[in-house]
Design a protein around this ligand. Structure first.
Ligand code: HEM
Length: 339
């Protein structure tokens, strides 16, 4: 995605006679879509490990009790299965990188994407190892979640870049997406990302019940008792800011004929966030039941996915429109060339 002239995939020489086979690009877009979904699944499995307090069930790394498949009780199984899924995810990313390297033009165009993805993956593996070796240090556990969200984001944005090259434009693509809609969607994505970071800090510090009541905390709206109480209260208030922005975006776009791929994401956001708020309150009131703790992470990630997807899909539509326009202009220029 081009921000301030910087682009994840090199598009400076975008043209209509790509030397990359069309089917290869389509396959790459599909692989990125599945890799991003796989990333979400591995994150939720990680949340299940934390919620069932299985984080140190395997005391060594990368093997578990020095065995590839250890004697399994439930907690060991949770931790081992998370590692297995994370390992498979890592190999799927390496396969995608190998796929990009297999074509010289694809290699050149995806150099930035591949570098960032491999760096984030390497960092993720290292944080996973440190989580065990440093006995669930809170900074490392929250860093592990935040880095995973960044890895998911790069896969989703990378997919948008590939789709901008392959997706055929439809009549709906001709619709203009107003600038304010694009900016609100971007702002919402940043707010949700911040909310996930705050949530990660709360859970990794075991501070989910630091304020044992809702909506107030020890009978006050913001008792500055310590920094974790501040984080918990910020997480609560920010949730309502996120909900307000999502509802505002939904109302703003209600009567706009947006492309379906964009409006679908925007419409589901307020509902997902309301479910998330209920789950958050449930966690506080019922003292973090395991299912609610896992569900709160899963729905939080779905909120982020929907918000980021709205931004990415709007960008893809805009790129397709720009390409179609420049194609029409160059065809028109060719047709008026003196003979
Ligand atoms: C937009 C809304 C929200 C989002 C996206 C969100 C996201 C998250 C995330 C990603 C986590 C970390 C989960 C983990 O590491 O397993 C978390 C933790 C938490 N959130 Fe939220 N949250 C939202 C709203 C709320 C609300 C309204 C409350 C109400 C008090 C709340 C209470 C909590 C609590 C108590 C935890 C710690 C859970 C634990 O230790 O298992 N959240 N949140």
């Amino acid at each position: 995605m081009a921000w301030g002239g910087w682009s994840l995939i090199n598009e400076s020489d975008r043209n209509y006679s790509l030397s990359i086979p069309y089917t290869k690009l389509q396959k790459l877009a599909r692989m990125l879509m599945w890799a991003a979904r796989f990333a979400l699944l591995v994150m939720v499995l990680g949340g299940a490990v934390r919620a069932t307090q299985s984080g140190l069930a395997c005391p060594d790394w990368p093997l578990c009790f020095s065995q590839p498949v250890p004697f399994l009780d439930m907690q060991i199984f949770m931790e081992w299965f998370h590692r297995l899924a994370a390992g498979l995810f890592g190999f799927s990313i390496l396969y995608i990188v190998g796929f990009c390297l297999s074509n010289s033009e694809l290699r050149r165009r995806t150099a930035t994407f591949m570098t960032l993805t491999v760096l984030l993956l390497a960092w993720q593996v290292m944080l996973g190892a440190l989580t065990v070796l440093e006995l669930l240090d809170a900074k490392i556990v929250s860093g592990h979640l935040i880095n995973a969200v960044l890895l998911f984001s790069i896969l989703r944005i990378g997919r948008a870049h590939v789709e901008a090259l392959v997706r055929s434009s439809s009549a709906l693509d001709a619709q203009v997406i107003p600038n304010d809609v694009k900016w609100i969607a971007k702002g919402l994505t940043v707010l949700v990302f911040g909310q996930i970071c705050l949530g990660g800090v709360i859970s990794s510090n075991n501070a989910g019940l630091i304020c044992p009541e809702f909506p107030k905390c020890f009978g006050m709206w913001w008792p500055s008792l310590n920094w974790l109480v501040d984080v918990q209260m910020l997480h609560r208030f920010n949730a309502f800011a996120v909900l307000a922005v999502a509802v505002g975006l939904s109302i703003r776009t209600r009567y706009l004929a947006l492309p379906y791929c964009v409006s679908k994401q925007i419409k589901q956001l307020p509902y997902l966030i309301m479910i998330q708020v209920v789950l958050g309150i449930w966690n506080v009131v019922f003292a973090l039941p395991v299912w609610a703790s896992i569900a709160h992470l899963a729905v939080g990630l779905l909120v982020y996915r929907a918000s980021l997807s709205a931004v990415c899909e709007a960008w893809v539509v805009e790129q397709r429109k720009a390409q179609t326009e420049s194609c029409i202009i160059s065809t028109a220029t060719l047709s008026v060339q003196p003979q």
